[in-house]
Design a protein around this ligand. Structure first.
Ligand SMILES: NC(=O)C1=CN([C@@H]2O[C@H](COP(=O)(O)OP(=O)(O)OC[C@H]3O[C@@H](n4cnc5c(N)ncnc54)[C@H](OP(=O)(O)O)[C@@H]3O)[C@@H](O)[C@H]2O)C=CC1
Ligand SMILES: Cc1cn([C@H]2C[C@H](O)[C@@H](COP(=O)(O)OP(=O)(O)O[C@H]3O[C@@H](C)C(=O)[C@@H](O)[C@H]3O)O2)c(=O)[nH]c1=O
Ligand SMILES: [Mg+2]
Length: 285
């Protein structure tokens, strides 16, 4: 049986990674919609879309992801990250569509020093994290058949991300200063894409909130060093404290996610971040 899967935000990084994996899933038929074809903030458009298309699953890859810009573009961030998932959840609920929604490690304040599990208290530090948390709550409010997958530090050969920023900055800078006191786990977006598709093909009804990232722990500084080491780029990278790199949004100092639940309930494996970075860099060139 073929399952119809709606992908929102199809021009973004994660959606493009899903496209890359399409061939591995002959039993899934994908409907890709970008922000002009299906605007999540437009409830009528969403309702109409669900009425006129036969959909079994929806993976919501659409979001407002500009963490610093969200601090001033607050209304837009909430429209996309809170109202958007709410509109989708209502339509999914009305049409018996299962929803996979992607959320973020930035729902946590970083005050822990051991990996965050799904039950840990949320306390976002900025507008982006707050709007993403509100999106989670809106989904939980209106439906049951959802998977909310929180992930962290996505990068890939597609879209905008830290890996590509570093490689770009290395072309015009002899030296870079990178924060060393924010610790988390980079995640190859293609691995997340694979995990999300596995949720669909496993046909599990163990709905709820899950944490997924690559394995291991690092800082943005060490991540940058690894990007340059693997790419064989010689550049001086200086570790700095966050206070020497002021940004509009405050970010958690620790946001490693505990992946036990997704491994046990959904049989999804997690791979070590540095190995996945090697693969991503190979795929980039
Ligand atoms: N990137 C990261 O490091 C992390 C991301 N996440 C989460 O993962 C998910 C995917 O992120 P990623 O692929 O990197 O993000 P991107 O920013 O690459 O993609 C998001 C897409 O959403 C689209 N979009 C924005 N507003 C709307 C709207 N109103 N209606 C429909 N589409 C819209 C954007 O389109 P347009 O450009 O046209 O506005 C863009 O193509 C998001 O939920 C994000 O919060 C979680 C942890 C880390
Ligand atoms: C470019 C640059 C950044 N930094 C710092 C700023 C910041 O603290 C850290 C990462 O920078 P970025 O702006 O690329 O990362 P940011 O966009 O904040 O990444 C976050 O995006 C959202 C969408 C998420 O959900 C999170 O999981 C996380 O991936 O590196 C430096 O220290 N030096 C630099 O030269
Ligand atoms: Mg960013």
């Amino acid at each position: 049986m073929t399952l119809n899967v709606l992908i929102t935000g199809s021009n973004g990084q994660l959606a493009t990674c899903i496209k890359d994996l399409e061939r591995q899933h002959p039993n899934l038929s994908f409907i890709y919609t970008n922000s002009s074809q299906l605007d999540l903030t437009n409830q009528e458009a969403i309702n109409l879309f669900f009425e006129t298309n036969k959909i079994d699953w929806c993976i919501n890859c659409a979001a407002y992801t500009a963490v610093d810009k969200a601090e001033t573009d607050t209304e837009k961030a909430f429209k996309v990250n809170e109202q958007g998932p709410k509109h989708l959840a209502l339509a999914c609920n009305n049409h018996n569509v299962k929803l996979i929604h992607v959320s973020t490690d930035f729902v946590f304040d970083g005050s822990k020093s051991s990996p965050y599990n799904e039950e840990d208290q949320t306390k976002p530090l900025g507008v982006y994290g707050t709007s993403k948390l509100q999106g989670e709550l809106a989904i939980k409010d209106v439906m049951n058949a959802f998977f909310i997958v929180r992930t962290s530090w996505l990068y890939s050969e597609h879209g905008n991300n830290f890996m590509k920023t570093m490689l770009r900055l290395a072309q015009t800078n002899k030296e870079l200063n990178i924060v060393a006191d924010q610790v988390g786990t980079p995640t190859y977006a293609k691995d997340l894409a694979g995990a999300l598709l596995r949720i669909i093909t496993s046909n599990s009804n163990k709905y709820g909130v899950y944490h997924y990232s690559n394995e291991g722990v690092t800082s943005w500084y060490d991540f940058a060093k690894a990007i340059f080491d693997i790419s064989e780029i010689e550049i001086k990278v200086n570790p700095i404290p966050s206070k020497e790199f002021p940004t509009p949004a405050k970010r958690p100092s620790y946001s490693v996610l505990d992946k036990q639940k997704i491994k046990e309930n959904l049989n999804i494996e997690t791979l070590y971040w540095r190995e996945r970075l090697k693969t991503a860099i190979k795929n980039l060139y």
